[in-house]
Design a binder for this molecule. Structure first.
Ligand SMILES: Cc1cc2nc3c(=O)[nH]c(=O)nc-3n(C[C@H](O)[C@H](O)[C@H](O)COP(=O)(O)O)c2cc1C
Length: 313
């Protein structure tokens, strides 16, 4: 998740909460000059991802740009590179990228034709069902099915849904048997019960991708894998490690605090009776206020069995 799960988050998360097969990185947009920017390099650098099964993600509609970047990442040791066809943001789709690319299936076909003849990494794809109407997916899947896509992650919403409203289960269920590649399900998995329901409903689905639910409840996947539930002591240790590493990475406690506030937007939903505490966290003007507000959450609030997603409201 852009702005949330960068290299610092991934490393700390993987150390505290093992069990995840792949961490898809926030997207990077390859430039036309054939070089990663210093900021992009910092996130994909081997040292920054040591021991973490990370998959870089590219956001582009240009096959040459995808190819140079994917091959550069393959040379750095990444066996898989993911294409983002899901981002619904207006600034991205206006340029025909992310979910905006879904409006151009013929161009997408030509894009894949070029990409799959020149890429040295396995290419996986993250997609939505379409731009406006899930019926668009038939045409898109006909394109996807022509190429050796390593894994197709489907977020069963359309671009105009952004992240709102229910996941379009009926359209996903109809599309799944037509998919020739391994499919990963993504969307609104926030608990063991939801993950189990996805597994039961779609036996052909071999993987789930979890975004907001995992930032909210960082031990969710560890539990799905039979590991322990994190108690408040572990969650607080993870929190403080993250904050300290952000301070070191940014060299600025205030920026570290702002990054932590993004994490709290999801994580606070794991605590009951959090309204006043959430206000205090959001209003914290400086790092000292912020740390005191965070410590109060861990000290005072009961932990829920599972996250109650405020982000659906
Ligand atoms: C703040 C934010 C940033 C995101 N950044 C990315 C991204 O860089 N790449 C991507 O594939 N999806 C991104 N997503 C989408 C999530 O990966 C995921 O598809 C979406 O949140 C639905 O799944 P969830 O309900 O498990 O969160 C982002 C979502 C949010 C809310």
């Amino acid at each position: 998740m852009e702005g949330v799960t960068g290299a610092v988050y991934r490393r700390a998360h993987h150390a505290y909460f093992p069990g995840i097969d792949k961490y898809f990185m926030p997207f990077i947009t390859p430039t036309a000059n054939g070089r990663l920017t210093p900021r992009q390099k910092r996130d994909v650098a081997a040292e920054a991802n040591a021991g973490v099964p990370a998959v870089p993600q590219l956001l582009t509609r240009s096959a040459p740009d995808f190819i140079w970047a994917a091959n550069a990442l393959a040379e750095m040791g990444y066996p898989e590179v993911n294409l983002n066809l899901g981002c619904p943001s207006g600034t991205v789709t206006a340029k025909g990228k992310g979910a905006g690319f879904l409006a151009h299936p013929d161009e997408l076909d030509r894009f894949f034709d070029a990409v799959f003849s020149a890429c040295r990494a396995a290419v996986s794809v993250k997609t939505r069902l379409g731009v406006r109407d899930p019926a668009e997916f038939d045409r898109l899947l006909a394109v996807y099915n022509r190429y050796p896509i390593a894994e197709l992650t489907i977020h069963p919403r359309v671009r105009v849904d952004f992240y709102r409203g229910g996941v379009r289960e009926a359209a996903f269920a109809a599309a799944l048997p037509q998919c020739r590649m391994p499919v990963c399900y993504n969307g609104d998995v926030v608990s063991e019960a939801v993950a189990a329901a996805v597994g039961a409903r779609y036996p052909a689905v071999r993987a789930v991708m979890i975004g907001r639910g995992l930032v909210g409840d960082p031990s969710l996947v560890t539990r799905l894998r039979g590991g322990p539930r994190a108690d408040k002591t572990v969650l607080e240790a993870f929190h403080n490690t993250l904050y300290e590493r952000y301070c070191a990475a940014f060299g600025d406690r205030r920026i570290a605090m702002l990054r932590m506030k993004e994490v709290w937007f999801y994580h606070l939903n794991l605590f009951a009776d959090s309204e006043k505490y959430g206000k205090r966290l959001r209003k914290a003007a400086g790092p000292d206020d912020f740390l005191a507000a965070a410590a109060a959450v861990f000290r005072d609030l009961p932990l829920r069995e599972q996250v109650e997603p405020g982000w659906f409201r």
